[in-house]
Ligand binder design. Sequence first.
Ligand code: SF4
Length: 370
Amino acid sequence: MAAQRKRSQATDSGDSANLIGRAIADPVDLRRRLAAWYARAKRDLPWRRSRDPYRVWVSEIMLQQTQVERVKDFFIRFMNRFPSVQDLAAANEQAVLKHWEGLGYYRRARQLHAASKAIVAEHGGEFPRTVAGLMELPGIGRYTAGAIASIALDLPAPIVEANSRRVIARLAGHDKPVGGTGDEPIWALASMLVPRKGAGMFNQALMDLGAMVCTPTRPLCDRCPVAVSCAARREGRVDEIPVIVAARATKRLRERAIVLRHGDRVLVAQRGKGEWWEGLWDFPREPVGTAAGGKSKGRSLGRVTYTVTHHRIECMVVERRARVPAKAVARQRWVKVTALAALAMTAPGRQIVGLLVATEGRPGPRFDRE
Ligand code: SF4
């Protein structure tokens, strides 16, 4: 067993060494070409106007799983409301979640908030100045720590994310699956490539090259500043690299949301610990098929669909009138319809509010057909 593990480790390090040897005949030349291209082509992004580690950190957390164009406005609004790590640490969680609303993956916001408190309480409001120190903060992994360390602190730290992974894999002609542990050879190569000075610029240039030139499909190899160093191009395998393992199959689910109403108020429920959208507000749910005949009493407001991780969920929305307001139990609250806009709500919750407002005063079918 030990011998087998040893053999496997030897193969792994051998793979990395081969990868590095094949790709980087002249790393100095590659860095120089990339720097010249970046100086004239870099993207003008709001978080790049300063090297403040707080701004770099917030932008990197927002950019995880969210497109750059979508992040821009959220970033500006967030910075206006929480301009420093101290402001973020002093805010209450609902205010932070409210400013995150629409970005999704709210765990990121909660961890950002928790890390800001740790930076203020344990580090005197200053960011740790090492990758290892940064990685001890909630929600900061290897990539985010590398980005803060290189961009804000000018430390020679590598980064690997979707764009730079693709560029490096193609440069190296790396035809093994990437992602998870498959990224280890890419990290090894990124560590070797990153310069001792100007690491932040180099890392951002790699990401921009991946976003603008070395795109997932139809990369612009004819205009690529590092084409002379690219093994995938040389070998005619650009379309085959990187090798991505197929994502998990989508699972379809159905549910029913109940808009329980008394006068101008509706009952909302806060998502509990461990649930999707923990801490955010939404409308209570009941499983589909529990009502007689699979139908639900009430007025149909329509349906919303949404995706969470690999789940595609279809949600029927039913409005019911309460003669007397049911007692709101823990994590429930009666809220005026006009006050829903101020609540930090889940994405489907916000869609349901849209349906509620759009159908206000309009008769709907008595039963939701399911
Ligand atoms: Fe990407 Fe093409 Fe440049 Fe290679 S030559 S790094 S595949 S854009």
